[in-house]
Design a protein around this ligand. Structure first.
Ligand code: GDP
Ligand code: GDP
Length: 435
């Protein structure tokens, strides 16, 4: 699992600036997907071979007990509970404040691992600026400047020091590992129940801690599957019951660990920012995706048309590749097609693409529509090979490929997608210029 680093600190110390820096290196896969909105609070980062997740908790107001600020504080506490490491940010220009002391006290009580970060230290001697913060008793502070980027790489290296580089999971791609995700109350638990039905639950051993999803192995038509249940089900006697509340970190971890994600939307309510953020995160992770638009029962035609156009408007980036299912998890209608779509998305995500066929398709695509000239040079595309799987990565070799436009890149992506029937999975096309 990727370590989750959670940024905590009072307002204005520079958390979101640091967050942006720490998530800048994310994959080019989402570089320009029209309509994709990112959640400014949850992101992927990578330091060398080590990937990580970052959560920005916004402001931490430890003393508020009601209203919206209280709700924020509750979410912050939940994120802290789920953190592998808390980065506690303080402001080196303002110096130590009483509120920092209160936060430090509360953080210490959680028993989480904490790294103290003194921000805004550009142009200052780090030993001087960090001196007063030793009083917090959280160990040696790390001095950075989020705006200038000073020492941020060193900070991330230090933060990741105790987390081993994730081993390639041998079993990961052997069969579909399906995460069922969505915001609270869309019907995830109901869907998990309906999907499993009377099937024998083979492994069911993890007690649901807040941040861990439950992994359920099952077989259908002689094929093995693993369901990653983020809603939190527990078997008590014959009944499955929900035990845990919604957790963003759990959702993100499940998406990372799955090879196919079923995003559940609620057709009886509006498509929200949270839906869009979860969808965006799935794409950012490069996961294959199947859409389940739930609670399709009890809607009239007008309502159905409305929700369809709302999805098209708010989640346009899904229309290209994800398969849509309109279902009622409660009544079990529309469910049958779900597993075949999951199979197809899985097959697409893990497809083996042969070099000769890739190159043949590339040549035909270039013939049909050559890459536009850029200045004096015309990009020359020579051959293609597969550079990775889940999501499929197609590497194109040739000359002057720095000049290939993103429009042309998308043209090639779509051509490969159609030729190899890669529905249900993001697809990456990269260029390598020979010398
Ligand atoms: P947040 O409320 O903790 O998320 O803080 P922001 O990231 O929004 O930053 C608050 C203010 O501090 C902004 O005006 C930033 O430009 C500024 N800031 C953030 N990092 C630094 C830094 O390293 N040096 C300086 N001088 N200002 C910074
Ligand atoms: P979760 O929080 O995403 O796990 O959602 P739940 O499975 O707990 O469902 C939330 C509520 O929506 C419950 O009251 C369910 O009975 C209801 N619900 C779930 N699926 C459907 C459905 O297909 N149709 C209708 N009408 N209600 C549903």
């Amino acid at each position: 699992m990727k370590p989750t680093l959670v940024l905590v600190g009072r307002p204005n110390v520079g958390k979101s600036t640091l967050f942006n820096r720490m998530t800048r290196s994310r994959d080019a896969i989402v570089a320009d997907i029209p309509g994709l909105t990112r959640d400014r609070h949850y992101g992927h980062g990578r330091m060398g071979d080590k990937p990580y997740l970052v959560v920005d908790t916004g402001g931490f107001e430890p003393t508020v007990t009601e209203g919206i600020l209280h709700e924020m504080a509750r979410q912050t506490r939940q994120a802290i509970d789920e953190a592998d490491l808390v980065l506690f940010i303080v402001d080196g220009r303002t110096g130590l404040t009483p509120q920092d002391k209160i936060i430090a006290e509360q953080l210490r009580k959680t028993g989480r691992k904490i790294l103290l970060v003194v921000n805004k230290t550009e142009g200052m001697a780090s030993s001087v600026v960090t001196a007063e913060f030793h009083e917090l008793g959280l160990g040696d502070p790390c001095a950075v400047s989020a705006v200038h980027g000073d020492n941020v790489n060193e900070l991330v290296e230090l933060a990741l020091l105790d987390f081993p580089q994730p081993e390639e999971d041998e079993t990961k791609d052997k069969h579909p590992k399906i995460a069922i995700v969505g915001r609270p109350n869309v019907g995830k638990s109901t869907l998990v129940n309906t999907l499993l039905g009377e099937e024998r639950v083979i492994a069911f051993d993890q007690p649901g801690t807040t941040r861990n999803s439950i992994y359920i192995d099952f077989e259908r038509n002689g094929r093995p599957y693993t369901l990653i249940d983020t809603a939190g089900l527990r078997r008590r006697g014959k009944v499955l019951e929900t035990i845990e509340k919604f957790s963003v970190v759990k959702t993100l971890q499940a998406v990372e660990d799955a090879n196919v994600v079923v995003l559940v939307l609620d057709a009886s309510s509006e498509i929200s920012d949270q839906d869009a953020h979860i969808a965006g995160f799935i794409l950012e992770a490069g996961r294959a995706l199947v859409l389940a638009i739930n609670k399709w029962d009890g809607l009239d035609n007008y309502q159905r048309d409305t929700i369809k156009s709302e999805i098209a408007r708010k989640l346009p980036f899904l229309l290209n590749f994800a398969k849509f299912h309109y279902i009622s998890a409660l009544r079990g209608t529309g469910i049958k097609g779900l597993l075949p779509s999951i199979d197809a998305a899985y097959a697409a995500a893990t497809a083996q693409l042969s070099t000769p066929k890739l190159t043949r398709i590339l040549m035909a695509a270039v013939e049909k529509q050559p890459p536009p000239r850029a200045g004096v040079s015309r990009p020359k595309l020579r051959y293609a090979h597969q550079g990775g799987s889940n999501p499929p990565l197609i590497v194109i070799h040739g000359n002057a490929l720095d000049h290939v436009s993103s429009t042309y890149q998308r043209y090639l992506e779509n051509t490969f997608r159609t030729a190899f029937q890669l529905e249900g999975t993001p697809l990456r096309v990269e260029f390598k210029t020979g010398r």
